[in-house]
Structure formats: structure tokens, C-alpha cells
Design a protein around this ligand. Structure first.
Ligand SMILES: C[S@@+](CC[C@H](N)C(=O)[O-])C[C@H]1O[C@@H](n2cnc3c(N)ncnc32)[C@H](O)[C@@H]1O
Length: 303
């Protein structure tokens, strides 16, 4: 809870206030208000999980924090990275203290596809400064840039504290293993709607990218604004996301109004297109194009 500068609240009153806010939130959770969120609804019924672009090896169950695994690209097996996934379901503390936990639930298919696409086209990052937004608990795509490209700098970000703590540990582990090709790899909490978070990195990046971040009605406009401000004048944003009803279109409308030109690609990769067709024909019960097939948007900043 924010305090007015110079007028610190007495600890007992502050404690009561925090406690009241937590009970209010807990009430919402218990009344399942949070399940109105379209993404969390999908978590509970989610069945399609992966385009099978990475193999998962060396499961290593660890403490309470999570399990370490080795994530290896199936198409480019020379590239692999250590990841840690949070164990099991979210606890009440996580739900009460975090604003959005969808990035702590799993690695979503759009992130997997963005990561594959970054590996396949890693020459595009040469000598550039790259930022991943809303990368969740792994920021897999940004990590793939960091291990495979002659990139100047990679910054991995999310607005969720727990996700970024995990990403920070992932960076340390891979740095110690000598996995990175990038000159500089770091992470930080970056909320698209936080003025300080955005202004201190204003104009810093050649490429910003994100996966499956367009569905939040409340934050869509601030995501567009953050992308525009973080990019240098001729910078580009690379976005992978499913249609999810009208949410992708709404994002495109906002981005155009903000002065981006947009290229929208449905068929951006032969393998992914073929797999998508196969899933549509053979996995009708589990695969829903609207929720699962990521489109690629390339946004170019003009003004
Ligand atoms: C569906 S998850 C996607 C995570 C990851 N990209 C993936 O696909 O596995 C959406 C992510 O956006 C982040 N997010 C939501 N609103 C945000 C905001 N206002 N600022 C920064 N991150 C935000 C959440 O914390 C979450 O990690």
C-alpha cells in the first residue's frame, strides 16, 4: 500500500489496513471473482499445452521453490537452457500479494513459439539491445536470444515479483554454466503501467518482444504505451499471441492509433503451420485455434 511521503502511518494502523485489504482480496478469491479473468478460466480448463518444440530433460526436484529442468530445442539441439518451474499450485499468499499470476502457472504455447522463432532467426538480434516484456516465470524466449545470438544486451522482465525472482535465479544458474553468448543478461520487474519502471528505460531498446500478453483488458493500452516508449526511434516490437476473441484485434487498433505500423502474419513458419493444421484435424477436442494458435505481429515505430 502506498504511503504519502513524510507522513508515515503508525505501524499498528498500517498493519490493520494491510490486513483489511488482504481479507478483501481473499474474499474475492473465495467468491471466485478472480475466475472472471478470461485467462484464469482457461487455466482451469486448459488442455492443449505445447507445440512440442523443446524437449525436457534432467528433472531435478528441489526444495519448495521448484524443479530444475534442461530445456533443449528439438530443431536446434545445440541450444539448451536450465529452467526452474514453480512447484504445484499457487498458494494463498501468492494470490493475495500479486497482481497477475498467469505467468507463474505454466509456460504458455505462445512463449514456446516465440522462443523457437528467436532461435531460428537469431541473426536478427546481432549487436542489438533486446527486452522481453511479460516473460513470466521463465522468459524462455529472451533466454533463447541470450544463448544463441550475438546480441549486445538482453533484459528479461515481468510485472510479477515471484516470476522475476525465479528468472533472476535462472540467469545466475545459466551464467555460472557459461551458457550465454550475450554480452549482458539481466532481469527486473517492469510493469507496463508503472511510470518509473518505463521512464528509466525510455528509448533504450532496438527490439521488444512479448508472448500471450494481449488478453488483459486493463493493461492493453499501457502495454502499447510501454512498447512505444521503450523502443528507440526505428525500433520494432515482436508479438506472439492467439486471437483470444477480439483481444488481438483490440491490441492492433491501439497500436495503430499510437503510431505503429503493423505487419500481421498468420503463416510465419512452415513447421508451425503444418503442426497447426494437424492439430486442427486430429485434436479437435483439445486444440482450439482461437485460444492456442499464436499469430505473429511485427510493430514498427514511426513517430
Ligand atoms: C499469460 S502470461 C504470459 C507469460 C509468458 N509470456 C508465457 O507466455 O509463458 C502474461 C504475463 O504478463 C504479465 N503481466 C500482466 N500484466 C502486466 C503488467 N501490467 N506489467 C507487466 N507484466 C504484466 C504477467 O505477470 C504474466 O507473466
Amino acid at each position: 500500500m502506498a504511503e504519502a511521503a513524510g507522513s508515515p502511518r503508525p505501524p499498528a494502523a498500517a498493519g490493520r489496513c494491510v490486513a483489511r485489504a488482504r481479507w478483501r482480496l481473499l474474499g474475492q478469491v473465495l467468491k471466485k471473482k478472480h475466475l472472471k479473468d478470461v485467462h484464469l478460466q482457461q487455466v482451469s480448463v486448459r488442455r492443449f499445452t505445447s507445440f512440442n518444440l523443446f524437449s525436457i530433460e534432467d528433472w531435478n526436484k528441489e526444495e519448495e521453490t521448484g524443479s530444475w529442468v534442461q530445456y533443449k530445442s528439438i530443431f536446434y539441439p545445440e541450444y539448451s537452457v536450465s529452467l526452474r518451474f514453480h512447484n504445484g499450485v499457487l498458494n494463498v499468499e501468492d494470490i493475495l500479494t500479486s497482481f497477475d499470476n498467469t505467468g507463474n502457472v505454466c509456460l504458455w504455447p505462445s512463449e514456446e513459439v516465440l522462443a523457437y522463432y528467436c532461435l531460428k532467426h537469431n541473426e536478427m538480434f546481432r549487436d542489438l539491445a533486446v527486452c522481453e516484456l511479460g516473460g513470466g516465470m521463465t522468459c524462455l524466449a529472451g533466454l533463447m536470444v541470450a544463448i544463441s545470438a550475438d546480441v549486445k544486451e538482453v533484459l528479461l522482465t515481468d510485472g510479477n515479483e515471484k516470476a522475476i525472482k525465479n528468472v533472476s535465479d535462472i540467469i545466475t544458474r545459466n551464467q555460472n554454466a557459461g551458457a550465454f553468448k550475450a554480452q549482458k543478461v539481466s532481469s527486473c520487474i517492469l510493469r507496463w503501467d508503472n511510470e518509473t519502471d518505463v521512464s528509466q528505460l525510455e528509448g533504450h531498446f532496438d527490439i521488444v518482444m512479448c508472448a500471450d500478453c494481449l488478453f488483459l483488458d486493463r493493461y492493453r493500452a499501457s502495454l502499447v504505451d510501454a512498447m512505444k516508449r521503450l523502443l528507440q526511434p526505428s525500433g520494432k516490437a515482436m508479438v506472439f499471441a492467439p486471437l483470444r476473441g477480439n483481444t488481438l484485434n483490440q491490441f492492433c487498433n491501439l497500436a495503430e492509433k499510437a503510431g505503429f505500423s503493423i505487419q500481421r502474419h498468420e503463416n510465419y513458419d512452415e513447421h508451425i503451420s503444418n503442426f497447426h493444421s494437424k492439430l486442427k484435424n486430429e485434436e479437435k477436442d483439445t486444440y482450439e485455434e482461437n485460444l492456442h494458435y499464436p499469430f505473429l505481429l511485427v510493430l514498427t515505430k514511426h513517430r
